[in-house]
Design a protein around this ligand. Structure first.
Ligand code: SAH
Ligand code: SF4
Length: 435
């Protein structure tokens, strides 16, 4: 999500005539797009800012901007902490960057953190990839997970109109993009704030409806979406994914904890049993689907037994990948005020044990690709070996292969290539192109 915001803001700067500087300490304008999901992400910003603030003291023309969730969370306080800043802007203001910079140019120090209706697509992002693009479909989050800072910094849910999403995807296809990842913090909530009930009394404009709606965009070969919330993940959605050829067999469904009491304390709104049923149903219809997830260890009050339930779930499900984190208390969240916080040593120990299991499971899951032929969408050159391309399988496995194929043919980014996998590691694959 942050990366998509960064690309939009970079697009605005480019349209204003800015060019990318050769180095962070050379630029005339520096914009940090920040994350506050955990404390260590937040702290990084302050160390970067320190260096730029010193530079500004000898170069008053330097413009310093902090965007994103730390900006939203800290607001005016950030100006007091770093008085050299010109602009502090929350994520809901990303599309307004040009206007805000105009205010800075007139000599003001600007803070833009009020609730904002996100402007519809006035921006053209400067995308890092020419093949794969992010497309926001819903901003914000209306959930109240007790550990999570997102609702307070990204605001209320705002779904984009299906037509606007369709148009953006058509535009991307015309530019040569082949793969789209639809984005939302809780993408299953898509459309809840849009009108529409069918004649049969069913809600329209659900994520499932959207997937059907955008599936016909010619030139787009692959569609993914993230992040899914187990509370709202429906059978109808799973059936749509199984039936729509462009939908990739990869699902990112965070479970956060394998213990029902911890899930309850987190206010996640589902049980481990429900989570298992979702995975079973996906595998019934798409036996080879890749499943990835997020998990938090050492949530306040988590016992050793409860932690072991998380390990058990990982073993039982056999995840392809899991993003892991030790619980980090966040401002304005209920769990941060609870007295039953766990000591740092427990966090470190549980995280280490978890990571070892996750790597092991990922390696075992990757082993199944050995010798298989997989369709890989070439995304670019391998930065470590210019004779190789890199891309992803439909199941989102990073895969490297020779840029030259049999009988002198060669491949370029954007090609869909059948690759025979001949080497598997925990987090990537290598293989030989077949045609
Ligand atoms: N909307 C997504 C996740 C958004 S945040 C969802 O509901 O799953 C991305 C991940 O960061 C979360 O899945 C969670 O695992 C982690 N996370 C969020 N808040 C955290 C906190 N306070 N401490 C540690 N990890 C956290
Ligand atoms: Fe945070 Fe929960 Fe919303 Fe995900 S669903 S962004 S974890 S509040």
């Amino acid at each position: 999500m942050n990366k998509a915001d960064s690309e939009r803001m970079a697009g605005i700067l480019q349209s204003m005539g800015y060019q990318q500087a050769s180095a962070e300490l050379e630029a005339d304008l520096v914009l940090y797009n920040t994350c506050t999901i955990r404390d260590n992400a937040e702290q990084k910003v302050y160390s970067y800012l320190g260096r730029q603030a010193r530079r500004k003291r000898s170069n008053p023309h330097l413009k310093l901007v902090v965007a994103g969730c730390v900006a939203q969370q800290e607001g005016e306080a950030l100006l007091r902490r770093v008085p050299e800043l010109d602009l502090v802007m929350g994520p809901q203001h990303a599309n307004r960057l040009e206007l805000l910079l105009t205010q800075v140019d007139s000599g003001k120090q600007v803070v833009a953190t009020d609730d904002n209706k996100i402007l519809e697509d006035v921006t053209i992002p400067r995308r890092d990839s020419k093949i794969c693009a992010w497309v926001n479909v819903i901003y914000g989050c209306n959930e109240r997970c007790t550990y999570c800072v997102v609702p307070s910094v990204r605001g209320k849910e705002q779904s984009r109109q299906p037509e606007a999403i369709h148009m953006e995807m058509q535009g991307l296809a015309a530019l040569g993009f082949r793969e789209i990842t639809l984005l939302g913090q809780n993408i299953d909530a898509y459309g809840r704030d849009l009108p529409g009930i069918t004649a049969e009394g069913r809600r329209q404009n659900t994520l499932t409806d959207l997937l059907h709606h955008v599936h016909d965009v010619e030139g787009i070969e692959r569609i993914r979406f993230a992040t899914s919330h187990p509370r709202y993940f429906t059978d109808r959605l799973i059936e749509a994914c199984a039936g729509l050829p462009k939908l990739c067999e990869h699902f990112h469904i965070p479970f956060q904890s394998g213990d029902n009491n911890v899930l309850k304390a987190m206010a996640r709104g589902y049980t481990v049993e429900r989570y298992r049923r979702i995975i079973d149903r996906i595998r019934e219809l798409m036996p080879d689907a890749a499943i990835s997830s997020d998990v938090i260890v050492a949530f306040p009050g988590e016992t050793d037994d409860q932690f072991r339930q998380t390990l058990k779930l990982i073993e039982q499900v056999g995840f392809d990948q899991v993003n892991t984190a030790a619980y980090s208390p966040r401002p304005n969240t209920p769990a941060a005020t609870w007295p039953n916080q766990l000591p740092e040593a427990v966090k470190v120990e549980r995280l280490q044990e978890l990571n070892a299991l996750v790597e092991n499971t990922a390696r075992q899951r990757n082993a199944r690709y050995d010798g298989r032929v997989e369709e890989v969408l070439a995304e670019g050159i391998n930065p470590k070996d210019p004779d190789q391309l890199m891309g992803r399988t439909r199941s989102n496995r990073l895969t490297f292969f020779a840029a030259k194929g049999p009988e002198g043919c060669s491949y370029s980014p954007g090609d869909l290539v059948d690759v025979r996998i001949d080497s598997v590691r925990s987090f990537s694959l290598s293989g030989t192109p077949l045609r």
